[in-house]
Design a binder for this molecule. Structure first.
Ligand code: TNX
Length: 541
């Protein structure tokens, strides 16, 4: 009752201040700005929105702009503050958020919680941009957050200094109606083969959020390293976290650091999906606790890149006590609904043992309140329709999962692996699945790939394995620009995608990427826009 009252009174106050604001603007002598004709539909938005209707005028973003948000709706004020911070970084103007006194304003960005049925989908949003206001409507803060990425993308890199006495960033007017095609839009980072710092992961999250990704899957363990603190099994990180591919020092996240990553992603409405890869890819765990080992050899720290030689002892109860502890500790600090158990390339686990393991581990994951994800091999086991198959290589395994009514995350190695080289001259990466140039990465259809029905597809994920990369610059070389294309494959419908149109919008990402200090691969297929921040070398290939 009190809640409703305070909600009503706050809404009333907000309306009142808006009315006062509008009246003031009318009373004030209004600047007349003659905007040159704009075209909202020609803006370089990625992923491309569902519908864009231009009205050809301009909204002046300048020192007289303010942001107002639905203060009573959870998370909306934070979204407004996030936008203000990004506007400051791009334009150096301070845009106030929800200020009380009536300022000398001319334009307002209003981030509004709306219960309209048109916005029923969690991440849907609508933008109405006119000369005086930008109204962003969304049902949830998540939808509003996706919407402000669109606003960020249509703020020009440079101001116009001739339209008025002050600097103006002209935002084209019109209407945008938008909603993602797939609910899961992810990237994966392998921090096991090479470790990446919290700071590196945050930078990657920041870049992905700009392109409306909503999930980052962290491949936390493999033969070469165990990267997450497990308090009940401390040697995992002490021993198993001490190396990485190539013999460098390795590293791991404490649970506090992992929570810090989760909070950072959460502020960007992104989920972290933790992966503990098992029963294969477990050498680092078995070196730390040899009782877990099932391949009959004495485990030793491993700094090479071969796969498929390790396995847990899948018939030992100790292994399941271990898995229970690990899942319990990680599930307790992971707010998202998913837990990824790996399950790939268990070449030295007998098939029956593999199936027994996956079925038993599924129950453990469920007991700790999570939905199991596993690489497509898990489709061979008798598991629930609520578990998710992560398609990377085997159509047969993925279709077996479809038969069980399971959802599929699409990461076919031939199309979606960010660690595949662009071509034979690429400085980093592998090519066991394919060379994946920037156009190949974009021009396939997750909607109808290898007979997997669209109704089973949860979304698309772009995995970045790290055998050949050991720092953020090398990560950026493989991930960008291809990760930008995958954002469009999972958000935008097939009818709305077109390589010729996309490649122009991609070329225009250069000023943003340069400003963010991203060392992307300057693919020769793209006519990259020059920017004042440029320091990238154009390659000759
Ligand atoms: C296959 S994809 C793997 C990884 C490697 C990757 C290299 C998958 C489920 N397993 O262990 O890092 O290839 O491209």
């Amino acid at each position: 009752m009190t809640m409703t009252k305070s909600y009503l009174s706050r809404s009333f106050l907000l309306c009142l201040s808006l009315i006062t604001f509008i009246t003031c603007t009318v009373e004030k002598e209004k600047r007349i700005i003659n905007f040159p004709e704009t075209d909202l539909s020609a803006e370089n938005m990625i992923p491309k929105p569902l519908k864009v209707i231009p009205t050809h005028s301009g909204f002046a973003l300048d020192e007289f702009t303010a942001i107002y948000t639905s203060e009573s709706a959870t998370g909306f004020t934070e979204v407004g503050e996030f936008l203000a911070k990004k506007i400051k970084a791009k334009t150096d103007i301070d845009v106030p958020v929800n200020m009380n006194e009536i300022p000398d304003l001319e334009t307002v960005i209003y981030i509004n919680q709306s219960d309209s049925t048109k916005l029923a989908d969690t991440e849907a949003y609508q933008l109405y941009i006119s000369q005086d206001s930008i109204i962003l409507n969304a049902n949830t803060a998540e939808g509003a957050f996706r919407g402000i990425q669109t606003i960020r993308q249509i703020i020009p890199e440079t101001s116009n200094d001739t339209l008025a006495d002050n600097k103006i960033w002209t935002i084209p007017t019109g209407k945008i109606i938008d909603n993602p095609q797939f609910e899961y839009r992810g990237a994966m980072l392998d921090v096991a083969r090479h470790f990446f710092s919290v700071e590196d992961v945050k930078k990657y999250i920041d870049l992905l959020a700009y392109y409306k990704y909503n999930a980052l899957h962290l491949h936390l363990t493999d033969d070469q390293g165990w990267r997450i603190e497990i308090k009940s099994w401390p040697l995992l990180t002490e021993v198993g976290g001490s190396t990485e591919v190539g013999g460098e020092a390795g590293g791991f996240y404490t649970q506090e650091e992992y929570k810090d990553i989760i909070a950072y992603a959460g502020e960007r409405h992104m989920l972290i999906i933790p992966e503990i890869d098992m029963p294969g890819h477990t050498n680092a765990a078995s070196v730390s606790y040899p009782i877990l080992n099932g391949n009959g050899k004495t485990p030793q720290l491993y700094e090479g890149t071969e796969v498929g030689k390790s396995t847990f002892a899948t018939r030992k109860d100790t292994v399941y006590a271990f898995v229970d502890d690990v899942v319990r500790e990680i599930a307790a600090i992971t707010p998202g609904p998913y837990f990824h158990i790996g399950g790939d390339e268990s070449h030295v686990t007998k098939k029956n043992d593999y199936i027994y393991f996956v079925e038993r581990v599924e129950k453990i994951v469920q007991k700790h309140g999570k939905r199991m994800i596993g690489w497509d091999e898990i489709g061979q086991a008798a598991i629930d329709s609520t578990s998710i198959s992560h398609f990377w290589a085997s159509q047969k395994n993925a279709l077996a999962a479809v038969d069980k009514g399971m959802k599929i995350i699409m990461s076919p190695a031939k199309k979606a692996y960010l660690d595949m080289q662009y071509d034979s001259l690429s400085k980093h990466g592998l090519h066991w699945a394919a060379y994946i140039p920037t156009d190949t990465a974009y021009t396939w259809s997750p909607e109808n790939y290898e007979g997997i029905p669209i109704k089973n597809i949860l979304g698309v994920e772009a995995p970045l394995w790290s055998e050949t990369i050991s720092n953020i610059e090398e990560l950026e070389y493989l991930a960008f620009p291809r990760a930008i294309g995958y954002s469009e494959l999972s958000w935008t419908t097939q009818e709305n995608r077109d390589w010729e149109n996309y490649k122009v919008r991609l070329a225009n990402q250069a000023p943003f990427l340069d400003r963010m200090n991203v060392k992307y691969y300057p693919s020769p297929l793209i006519d990259w826009k020059k920017s004042k921040y440029t320091y990238r070398e154009i390659e000759k290939d």
